[in-house]
Ligand binder design. Structure first.
Ligand code: NAD
Ligand code: ZN
Length: 358
């Protein structure tokens, strides 16, 4: 078992942790009244046993990104009000990133804020969504546009839950793990490369999945601890995302976020090489690793460069209409850009990087 801490919250990573999640929740939310929130897929698998061990009610919502809305947030908060849950409530979010973001936002706002404990069950949620305190919902103007920073009281991670995660979601999560290696941990990147085939195997050994999850979380915790609200170093987590978000959008969200990020990392690494910030060969290394995990590595002809550039300019992290890019220097080290950690780039170079990735 391993334990990390972020903003005073325990992050427990242990195969089998779900079996005593109730005790862990009680330990960090002493005397509070728990309510468990999960989507309809995860509810019977993992959330119902946790709720029953806690003697808590289980609220469910339909699985999928389409539930990450203000309407679903309203429905859940109404359920809490109807049950007359008070300020001594603790929300326990069991599930993927959608559940973490939605239930986290419910907790951030219910009666002006009650604690949340995250029990992430997808790879994306374990290594990314549950760590860092971002919560929120989507609107028709874009994803994650309404939300709040709300640090969890604890994060309980049982890597054995990955056994039931559908293969495409495991693969998509691997893109964020690769990103963590590129931005801050070269040894972790090489470890992923050495174990690539086994990491997609649903019967992955407990020890290997623990190591996968821990390697990523260490990076995310370190980066977030140094910059809670994304003013500086936290922006390195955006590697692959300026282009990735544009591709995800242009695919009409048919591509999973991680799939789009894989393609985005390759374009942005090429951009870094063209701009002579990035050690030559890095883009090929990232591409080879993504390909070995079955992630998309080429930008299809239907993804028009003009459309990508327009969307990148409108990205919520763009400053004054100029897209900014967090670029690697070499594996494990990002360009600090005088404390800004992301830079605008000439569109001519961005276009060339896109075309080189067709
Ligand atoms: N807050 C953050 O910092 C942050 C970071 C990254 C992603 N996100 C958000 O996370 C969301 C994506 O997360 P996701 O990929 O986990 O999506 P998700 O929550 O929709 O989960 C993917 C699918 O897997 C199912 N599932 C989850 N765990 C399972 C398990 N152990 N066994 C079987 N099925 C399981 C879910 O029911 C769902 O159908 C996006 O909305 C994204 O914006 C947030
Ligand atoms: Zn991401």
């Amino acid at each position: 078992m391993s334990e990390l801490a972020l903003h005073g919250a325990r992050i427990v990573v242990r195969a089998g942790a779900l079996a005593d999640a109730a005790a862990l929740v009680r330990a960090c939310a002493d005397g509070r009244r728990p309510v468990v929130i999960a989507d309809a897929n995860v509810a019977p698998l993992y959330a119902a046993p946790v709720a029953s061990a806690l003697g808590a009610e289980l609220l469910t919502f339909p699985a999928g990104e389409t539930s990450k809305t203000r309407a679903q947030w309203a429905a859940l908060t109404d359920e809490l009000l109807m049950r007359q849950l008070g300020r001594d409530t603790v929300v326990v979010a069991v599930g993927g990133g959608v559940c973490g973001d939605l239930a986290g936002f419910v907790a951030a706002t219910y009666l002006r804020g009650v604690p949340v404990v995250h029990i992430p069950t997808s790879l994306v949620a374990m290594i990314d969504a549950a760590i860092g305190g971002k919560t929120g919902v989507d609107t028709r103007h874009g994803k994650n546009l309404v939300g709040a920073f709300h640090q969890p009281a604890a994060v309980i991670i049982d890597p054995l839950a990955l056994h039931t995660l559908p293969a495409e979601h495991r693969r998509a999560g691997m893109a964020e793990a690769i990103k963590h290696g590129v931005i801050a941990d070269e040894a972790y990147f090489h470890w992923i490369a050495a174990h690539a085939a086994g990491l997609l195997d649903p019967s992955i050994a407990a020890e290997t999945s623990e190591r996968l999850v821990l390697g990523s979380i260490r990076v995310k915790v370190d980066v977030v601890a140094s910059d809670e609200r994304e003013g500086g170093r936290r922006r390195i987590l955006n590697f692959g995302h300026t282009i990735g978000h544009a591709i995800e959008h242009l695919s009409d969200y048919k591509m999973l976020h991680g799939e789009a990020v894989a393609a985005g990392m390759i374009v942005e690494a090429r951009l870094g090489e063209l701009a002579e910030w990035t050690l030559p060969g890095l883009a090929d290394e990232v591409q080879a690793l993504c390909a070995s995990l079955g992630l998309p590595v080429r930008i299809g002809p239907s993804f028009d460069a003009d459309a990508i550039l327009t969307l990148a300019r409108g990205d919520k992290k763009a400053r004054a209409g100029a897209a900014e890019y967090a670029l690697p220097m070499r594996l494990g080290e990002m360009n600090a850009a005088d404390g800004r950690f992301a830079l605008p780039m000439e569109e001519r170079l961005v276009r060339a990087a896109i075309e080189a990735s067709r």
